[in-house]
Design a binder for this molecule. Structure first.
Ligand SMILES: C[S@@+](CC[C@H](N)C(=O)[O-])C[C@H]1O[C@@H](n2cnc3c(N)ncnc32)[C@H](O)[C@@H]1O
Length: 457
């Protein structure tokens, strides 16, 4: 999974089905895979201390077996003897018999201490760097080791939390290692969530459409289109745009909404349901044709389940060079811009994501985000609103992008985004006009929401 660049959350369910695993076997397989991928940073540090060969010189399958073994030894209740013995067998199977002595020796050394003892032993050896104070670097490196996050992500989270970092950074990193409950959104205008919720499900805290499952498979609910899997933070982003105040004038036509980066269509689906009661229409645009097909499928399924009129149209388009009209009079009343981003706010869903991105990826993403936001503010009508949304909390992709674009546009004002979500606590940190959700505070992905309005003439 690692070296073929696959995504565990997509590939694993397929493999589990192919191998005919179910129940406890399927759950154990998932836990071992997710836990090993997430914990890789910590396990590699421990393995390096136990190996007489550099880890980067090992055959990739051997390294994977060692990580899986380390996870079992340090973070599960699997007994040490069984963890070492099954790892040795696995190493023989995937890398040949000559590796078994080495794997056995390394894992037996790992088994000599528990995780806390290893962290205690390894932390002081960490180098300080990155232009932080020595104390900060020391803290961040220890946190990177303990919570198995790359050091640059720890630093980015510290930045994003601002003054709250001293109190909350550790909790924010720990939340990235906890598996989220499955959250669904009932389709607005369809059967209310209370009717859809199976036994044991709980209503979401702030979105009137959200509910979470403690266990079980949501596919029965999603196949009908009555509900779809969607984080509550993502739901709140679409709700914030629909609720944003927009001055209306006598003779105004029904509103026209744009979802500018729509694939695969989760938020479009919710927006279409929110638009329909007021007669608003939604255009959903997506640059990649195969993702535009997913948007179309998602919308059609939801609309048919709720008998919603076809208020939407799906289009393949590059948001930076749009086929729709731009200034001077604009075209859209509300624009959702849910930009492509690093995804660092959804690490708990994608166990391998933290190892796939690097700090060097951020500037190019931020350039794309700025270009898309300039294009979005160009197509709103006077009085119209843009919601700029990311699933990362990193300032270079969130507040910095918004403030850069607004600085160059005299007629754009930043609205108070937390004010349209008055029930949701602790959104205002660090910038009071932007809403920042966090897994450790809200139990959602770390979704950022800024609302921008083009001043009415
Ligand atoms: C964060 S995802 C959007 C998720 C979506 N809002 C949802 O809730 O399902 C960003 C999407 O933007 C698309 N995209 C990237 N560059 C684009 C561009 N220049 N114009 C339009 N869409 C773009 C990506 O293919 C991706 O599907």
């Amino acid at each position: 999974m690692t070296h073929r660049e696959a995504y565990a959350n997509l590939l694993l369910p397929r493999l589990i089905a192919e191998r005919g695993l179910s129940g406890r076997d399927a759950a154990l397989t998932t836990e071992l895979t997710y836990g090993t991928l997430r914990g890789q940073g910590t396990y590699d540090a421990v393995l390096a201390a136990c190996s007489d060969r550099p880890l980067d010189k090992l055959d990739p399958p051997v390294l994977l077996v060692l990580r899986l073994g380390a996870h079992q030894l340090l973070n599960t209740r699997v007994g040490a003897y069984a963890a070492v013995a099954t790892s040795v067998d696995l190493a023989k199977a995937v890398a040949g018999p000559r590796t078994s002595g080495y794997v056995n020796a390394v894992l037996r050394r790992v088994a000599t201490r528990d995780l806390d003892a290893w962290l205690e032993l390894l932390a002081p050896a960490l180098p300080a760097a990155r232009g932080q104070t020595a104390a900060e670097a020391d803290t961040d490196d220890r946190l990177a080791l303990r919570y198995s996050h790359p050091a640059w992500i720890v630093a980015a989270y510290r930045d994003a939390l601002g003054e709250a970092a001293d109190q909350e950074l550790e909790a924010a990193l720990a939340a990235g290692n906890a598996r989220p409950r499955v959250t669904l959104a009932a389709f607005p205008g369809g059967r209310p969530r209370e009717e859809l919720m199976p036994a044991g499900a709980e209503p979401g805290r702030w979105s009137p459409y959200a509910f979470t499952l403690t266990s079980g498979d949501p596919s029965g609910l999603t196949a009908s289109g009555a509900a779809a899997v969607q984080d509550e933070g993502s739901q709140l982003a679409a709700i914030a745009l629909a609720r944003a105040p927009r001055p209306t004038r006598a003779g105004d036509r029904p509103e026209l909404w744009l979802d500018m980066c729509a694939g695969p269509g989760g938020k479009s689906r919710l927006l279409a349901g929110l638009a329909a009661p007021d007669g608003a229409r939604l255009l959903a645009a997506e640059i990649h044709p195969h993702r535009a097909v997913l948007v179309q499928q998602n919308m059609a399924r939801a609309a048919s389940s709720a008998a919603v009129p076809p208020v939407y149209q799906v289009l393949v388009a590059d948001g930076r060079v749009p086929p729709w009209r731009s200034r001077p009079d604009g075209e859209f009343d509300r624009v959702l811009l849910d930009v492509p981003c690093s995804g660092l706010g959804a690490l708990r869903r994608r166990p391998e994501a933290r190892w796939r991105k690097s700090a060097a990826d951020i500037p190019a993403l931020a350039d794309l985000q700025r270009a898309l936001l300039r294009s979005a503010v160009d197509v709103v009508r006077p009085g119209g609103v843009v919601a700029y949304v990311t699933c990362t909390p990193v300032p270079a992709e969130t507040s910095d992008v918004v403030t850069d674009v607004v600085r160059g546009a005299d007629d754009i004002e930043i609205l108070d985004a937390p004010a349209v979500l008055p029930d949701v606590p602790e959104l205002r940190s660090p910038n009071p006009l932007f809403a920042q959700l966090w897994p450790h505070r809200h139990g959602t992905d770390a979704i950022f929401i800024a609302l921008l309005r083009r001043r009415a003439q």
